[in-house]
Design a protein around this ligand. Structure first.
Ligand code: URA
Length: 215
């Protein structure tokens, strides 16, 4: 199993139809399953929800061009997980901003943009084999950081862990057989605007990640 779906993946009919609509309207956009981005030797895998329509779906790189990405990439830089300068206008196939992740990779539980940012259960399930392949192909993986409950639950299901044994919460952490799962509220515009997640809370999660990786 490949860790990235094919460019014209047809597994989820609703997502394939939405992609066709977006392709017709915005020919310069990526409009395809967004591949993982980062260091193939990473100890840390960050798992988001799904590409935003004008963010990763446009640019082709997870979280790039999204509000959520502004916070995520700033935090990665602050905690030493990137080098170079994140440019939110970076687009795959155009001029590369040169950003590189260090000891970190980013992916999404669902690789295609879903309408209204809401994947349905079947789509999350359909995409899980790619998440499983991603997890399996990181030889140094120690820590998975899930952003939000959909990501958290999908990682648990990917590892055949019962959801009731590891409930989602901001700042929780669970030792799974092959890695530790830590979770945070998603760094979405909605969560930061409502104060559910502050920059300080998000940075505290990364302080915990950093500490664990140093052990
Ligand atoms: N962009 C992504 O790639 N993933 C998210 O979860 C949110 C925005």
């Amino acid at each position: 199993m490949n860790e990235n779906p094919p460019h014209d993946c047809q597994i989820c009919p609703r997502l394939a139809a939405y992609r066709n609509t977006n392709r017709a309207a915005e020919r310069d956009w990526f409009n395809a399953p967004v591949p993982c981005f980062g260091d193939p030797q990473a100890e840390l895998l960050i798992v988001g929800l799904a590409p935003g329509v004008t963010g990763a779906n446009r640019t082709g790189r997870p979280f790039t061009g999204d509000w959520a990405g502004d916070l995520l990439y700033a935090t990665l830089a602050k905690f030493g997980f990137s080098e170079g300068v994140y440019d939110r206008t970076h687009m795959i196939g155009h001029i590369d901003d040169g950003l590189r992740l260090k000891n970190c990779m980013i992916t999404n539980a669902v690789r295609c943009v879903p309408p209204q940012n809401k994947p349905v259960g079947a789509e999350i399930n359909n995409c899980r084999p790619f998440l499983q392949a991603r997890l399996a192909s990181l030889p140094n993986l120690k820590l998975v950081l899930s952003l939000g409950k959909i990501s958290h639950d999908s990682v648990l299901r990917a590892t055949a862990t019962k959801l009731k044994d590891a409930p989602f919460g901001h700042g929780v952490s669970y030792a799974l057989p092959d890695f530790t799962l830590m979770s945070s509220y998603h760094c979405s515009r909605y969560n930061t605007n409502t104060g559910r997640l502050t920059t300080e809370m998000f940075e505290n999660v990364f302080a915990g990640v950093r500490e664990r990786l140093l052990k």
